[in-house]
Design a protein around this ligand. Structure first.
Ligand code: SF4
Length: 380
């Protein structure tokens, strides 16, 4: 079957053919789909029928809207805005007041739309928190969800309550899935959410007519299927017992592990290490700040700079260590490491090093150079 690649005139003028093809490849990769699926994605995205979207903002800071609209490479927001019809979004729509409400009511009446929700919902309806057009956030959500095909909650506020739900939760805030029980609800947490994950979810929905596979917290597995800790570029330093102990110390300058500065990577499921932010430029840990766990419920009530207690811990199976391979493996292994299997053996060496340390009670390699707690977190 011939591959149908849209011409420039078939696409919106803002998206070149080259960008469109790059976008389809990126989405196939983000969704962990085989290369052959790119054709399906291309055909789905060039369907002239645009899917309507209602985007509600409730108790939020508009950070997820900003993250989505500021994403630019390869034209993620442009492509999605060309294949969707965003009929209602208070922050970006030109209409206001009664005309805006009428656009939303017409879309709800027609049905068959995607509902995107940003921000938490206040259960204290009589207190007057978060009212739009004289309606409470509970009313707004239930009304908009009524005829939706599915609901996508974006950001930690809409998924798990986020900052508004932090102790003492003055507005009695909850997330979307606490209220909507009769529709599929997919959660894309983060503070803000990563726009690549929303885009990939929409592309999956348009290509296959269904939401992607989800975990127990309704998060898409393609984006939240692995711990940050297991894909972190500083993981080799964790395994070697090399930790930042103070801001700006030698370990910080050398890019060592941020566990002892409160990093929540060992408890947080997210694809930040691989997708990153700002066109893949960097991410918090890459910039020297510990992960704050923004993809998990209740992260605002965690002590940001207090280390986690690691109860269960699984060594990585694939991440290379920082110790020279010849110190970790046999001569035969070292010979193999010099060949084309070097990377694989390096990863096995890191695994072996972890296991040896676990059994020997963890001898910190650079302990005498460090100033913090003596105990390796893995030994708890
Ligand atoms: S504790 Fe944090 S910085 Fe250290 S390896 Fe894990 S995720 Fe990376």
């Amino acid at each position: 079957m011939a591959i149908q690649v849209p011409t420039e005139t078939e696409l919106a003028p803002t998206v070149s053919r080259r960008d469109f093809l790059a976008f389809c490849s990126l989405m196939a990769g983000a969704l962990a789909l085989p290369k052959s699926s790119e054709e399906l994605i291309r055909n789905a995205l060039t369907n002239p029928k645009r899917t309507p979207v209602i985007w509600l903002e409730l108790q939020d800071c508009a950070g997820c809207s900003e993250a989505f609209l500021r994403s630019s490479s390869p034209t993620a927001a442009e492509v999605v805005l060309d294949i969707l019809s965003v009929d209602y979004h208070e922050t970006i729509m030109a209409a206001s007041g009664r005309r805006a409400e009428e656009a939303k009511e017409a879309t709800i009446a027609a049905g068959g739309y995607l509902l995107v929700v940003e921000g938490s919902i206040s259960l204290d309806e009589d207190a007057g928190y978060c009212c739009v057009g004289g309606k409470s956030s509970v009313q707004l959500l239930k009304e908009a969800a009524k005829n939706a095909i599915a609901v996508v909650a974006v950001g930690n506020c809409a998924t798990f309550g986020g900052l508004p739900k932090a102790r003492p939760n003055p507005t009695n805030a909850v997330g979307v899935m606490d209220l909507i029980k009769d529709k599929p609800v997919l959660n894309i947490p983060g503070c803000p959410m990563n726009p690549v994950n929303l885009t990939a979810t929409v592309v999956h929905f348009l290509t296959f007519g269904a939401l992607p596979a989800m975990d127990a917290l309704n998060r898409p597995m393609f984006a939240f299927g692995h711990l940050i800790h297991d894909n972190c570029e500083r993981r080799g330093h964790f395994s070697a017992g090399e930790f930042v102990k103070d801001w700006g110390d030698e370990g910080h300058r050398l890019g060592w592990c941020l566990y002892k500065m409160g990093c929540k990577g060992p408890m947080s499921y997210h694809n930040c290490p691989t997708v990153r932010f700002n066109e893949g430029t960097n991410w918090p840990i890459g910039a020297g700040h510990p992960c704050i766990g923004c993809s998990e419920p209740g992260f605002w009530d965690l002590e940001t700079y207090e280390p986690l207690e690691l109860v269960e811990f699984t060594p990585p199976s694939q991440y290379p260590g920082i110790v020279p391979p010849e110190e970790l493996i046999t001569p035969v292994g070292a010979a193999i490491a010099g060949g084309t299997l070097g990377l694989i053996v390096g990863a096995a060496g890191a695994f072996a090093y972890d296991m040896v340390n676990k059994k020997s009670g963890m001898e910190l390699k650079h302990d005498d150079e460090l100033t913090g707690p003596e105990e390796h977190p893995d030994s708890k």
